[in-house]
Design a protein around this ligand. Sequence first.
Ligand code: UD1
Ligand code: CA
Length: 460
Amino acid sequence: MNLTVVILAAGQGTRMRSARPKVLHEVGGRPMVGHVLDAARSLSPQRIRLVVGHGAEEVRDRVGAPDVELVEQEEQLGTGHAVQCAGPEFADSDWVLVLNGDVPLLRGETLRSWAEALAGSSHDLGILTTHPVDPTGYGRVLRDDQGRVTGIREEKDATPEERSIGEVFTGTLAVRGERLGPWLASLSADNAQGEYYLTDVVALAAAAGGVLAHRVPDPGEVQGVNNRRHLAAVEAAFQERTAAALMEAGVTLRDPARTAVYGKVHPATDVVVDPGCQFEGEVTLGAGAHIGPGCVLRDCAIGEGARVEANSHIEGATVGPGAAVGPFARLRSGTVLEDGSKVGNFVEVKKARLGPGVKANHLSYVGDAEVGEGANLGAGTITCNYDGHRKHTTTIGAGAFIGSAVQLVAPVSVGEGATIGAGSTITKDAPAGALTLSRAKQLTRHDWKRPEERAKEEQD
Ligand code: UD1
Ligand code: CA
């Protein structure tokens, strides 16, 4: 079957009250229209045409792809006009499927089973309908007394009686290619909004031989987004769907409603996620990993059995098997924690490799560093990696012991098994196996008196 998919995404989305084109508002961390494109792709169509208008450049930048042809609708004269802009050579296609760019939760599966039913039917047009709890704002599906679809009435054109109809059009429609051109050409804008409604094609098809209407049982799947309340409802439904898939895959979400995924999580089994976590980009979770409450994980991999304690923020990092992070740790881009290493509270690590079993338990900054196996960084260890102009590297050998409150002024290296005395400022390489320290001498003055004592002595 030769299939063309047309996705309507030219509208401004006035009701969003936004400078951003409506279809670029995000659901699950991705533009709405990106979800629609995925559903379209799952049908393996011959071509996908995306009708853009408002913010065309931005839409192109965000979702443009080699398999998507962009068509510009310069003036938004209605959904029928938008489809016309994607033409006119529809007769080459067996079927043309029209999707609204603002209906992001529609599943590829739903489209596939419907497309099969359509292809096997004698009808020239098919629509997806549903029964939402509140049909306000949608086009209503008109049926005759034998239940046959006769047309769609837009809310603004509907009589009170028509508005009481609970079945609505989802914005998803498929037409035989040879029929579409002539039907679109006969549309008029003689209606409440002065627009060329794509939905008027349905009455033409009904008169010409009938419409195959297919009901989507879950209205949430086909909820359209016209304002921010709809966006929030769709986001919630998306999160619910994502959480269900994670649990299906063997993840314990201790509070699914308080788990947010703005991207993709790839979990192994027996992962536990505490309430209030947020996942962004691509996140991999190893078997048995435990993510404590309130963590943000962005584009990172957490190893098997690793523990991330409460309120940690991890981005662009790899946490090895059995490693421990947090509470209140921050791992930034380029961090690699090897097996069993530990980064504790109020520690920031950036572009650094911590070898197996390394410990940085308290209040440290480790940036641009290589830390060998088993080294211990005491509380308050700071790598001074930036001279105000360039970044420099700190190398710490395996088994080294860095005392508390040490500044390592990079570029600098500490040899294997070296000990650095607490409070040192290390500016030159410290040799392996030895104690290196740099401290001002401690001084005690016994002749010293407190100011109040001095004042009293002067009085006397
Ligand atoms: C549309 C349907 C309505 C249906 C609802 C489902 C029409 C006339 N109405 O109404 O029956 O119940 O979707 O969600 O089709 N667009 C363009 N160019 C235009 C106008 C719109 O590309 O000139 C795009 C919009 O960007 C949007 C989609 O078409 O992605 C739908 O437009 P919108 O204005 O949201 O239509 P609804 O009022 O929701
Ligand atoms: Ca809409």
